[in-house]
Ligand binder design. Structure first.
Ligand SMILES: [Zn+2]
Ligand SMILES: [Zn+2]
Length: 412
């Protein structure tokens, strides 16, 4: 029974993906890949998902503008409900993969695998829908705007976690071989705190700096000083990054700039170092006026909590992964990623676990978020089977019906 599970009552969840379902998922993924849409613009994607759900007799509802939510399971059941989430947005990148189903839209590309996530969740819906009996309800959450970092929040505000006791998801990852699934308890994706700093000085002639207050020199000093927060103030055993990704100022070689805008992000793997670095950033920015006679304003925007996998949910995720792919292919991702993932917002409300699906392609390809990113499509079947298994297993837990979410909104 390598691909099925027998529950206490003797019911089975048949997780075999036959060739017809495999081809159906491939077609879904390739269609979405050809027609990518950016965060909060996923109207065609949402319509396509609803159409594909309808092919299997499932009604999908638009939620939060461009999200889609559907439920499978016994209608009006007072029993447990589990959430499965797929993100669905693309990135503002012009694709150069040369794939026969490459993006039809210059400047838009599925370069993070979210097209695959949608195909996996639709595949899981197929597997669950055909089961003669389900131990509870499964809520399918197709979420927009993960790349914007706040699509999950919008979905939660629209009630997608109401009555949901736990939530699960997976992300395609080409660092791992196809067939491998990483399952880890605790923090697996960092806190992300993006910020912008506006510097205001006095513009002037390049030859007469004494008549101006130069924001380029102040900004350059700021960039270098901020690196000392990481090298001198953070415990070197704790992973932490501060990156300035954008520094814009000035218009000409002979004009001293009067205004500059720097944008950056802090990535942290624990609350203590996160607070220390943020406090340090405030301190350094606050000192700029005294050092360079320029005014500085620091603003944080769209902060992301860390993805912290709950112990109990992780054990169920691990059992589902063993069932799906074999015990030898269920591995640890190793150290926490310093990437952000807005799945973290769901975990502030309910227990949850995010895993990674290995998907290294046979031929060389670029990393995620690059214009040559591709993945091994054989991971689609594995993702679909794991999603179906994890939902089934969670619903069968004694007491699952007692668990429902507590949707706090304070740490957004
Ligand atoms: Zn991404
Ligand atoms: Zn992603």
């Amino acid at each position: 029974m390598s691909r099925s599970t027998i529950n206490r009552a003797g019911h089975r969840l048949d997780c075999r993906v036959d060739d017809a379902l495999h081809q159906w998922m491939l077609a879904v993924r390739r269609h979405l890949h050809r027609y990518p849409e950016l965060s909060y613009e996923e109207h065609r994607t949402a319509a396509f998902i609803r159409h594909k759900l309808a092919e299997r007799g499932i009604t999908g509802h638009i939620v939060g503008g461009t999200g889609v939510v559907a439920e499978i399971g016994p209608a009006d059941s007072p029993g447990p409900c589990v959430g499965l989430r797929a993100d669905m947005d693309a990135l503002p990148i012009t694709e150069h993969t040369g794939l026969p189903f490459a993006s039809d839209h210059p400047g838009r590309m599925h370069a993070c695998g979210h097209d695959g996530h949608v195909a996996m969740l639709l595949g899981a819906a197929n597997l669950l829908q055909r089961a003669p009996w389900l131990p509870g309800r499964i809520r399918l959450i197709f979420q927009p705007a993960e790349e914007r970092g706040n699509g999950a929040s919008r979905m939660i505000e629209n009630g997608v976690l109401d009555r949901v006791g736990a939530i699960f998801a997976g992300h395609i990852d080409t660092h791992y071989r196809t067939g491998q699934i990483t399952v880890d308890p605790g923090l697996i994706c960092a806190y992300a705190d993006p910020f912008s700093i506006t510097l205001r000085g006095r513009a002037g002639h390049a030859a007469r700096p004494h008549e101006a207050a130069d924001v380029v020199v102040a900004g350059a000093g700021l960039v270098m000083t901020l690196q000392t927060l990481i090298s001198r103030e953070v415990d070197p055993n704790r992973a932490e990054v501060l990156t300035i990704g954008s520094f814009q100022a000035g218009t000409a070689h002979n004009v001293i700039a009067g205004e500059a805008v720097l944008k950056g992000t802090i990535r942290s793997t624990d609350e203590v170092t996160r607070k220390r670095t943020i406090d340090g950033l405030h301190r350094v920015v606050g000192a700029l006026e005294a050092m360079y006679a320029v005014r500085a304003e620091l603003v944080f925007e769209d902060r992301l909590p860390a993805v912290i996998n709950a112990a109990y949910a992780t054990e169920i995720a691990r059992a589902a992964a063993w069932e799906t792919t074999g015990i030898d292919k269920v591995i640890s991702q190793g150290p926490a990623s310093l990437g952000g993932e807005d799945f973290a917002f769901y975990q502030q409300c309910v227990e949850g676990c995010l895993v990674r699906f290995g998907a290294a392609p046979a031929a060389a390809s670029g990393p995620a978020h690059s214009d040559t990113f591709t993945f091994d499509e054989r991971c689609l079947e594995i993702g679909a089977r794991w999603l179906a298994q994890v939902a089934w297993r969670w619903l069968l837990q004694p007491g699952a019906a007692m668990l429902t979410g507590d949707c706090r909104t304070d740490d957004r």
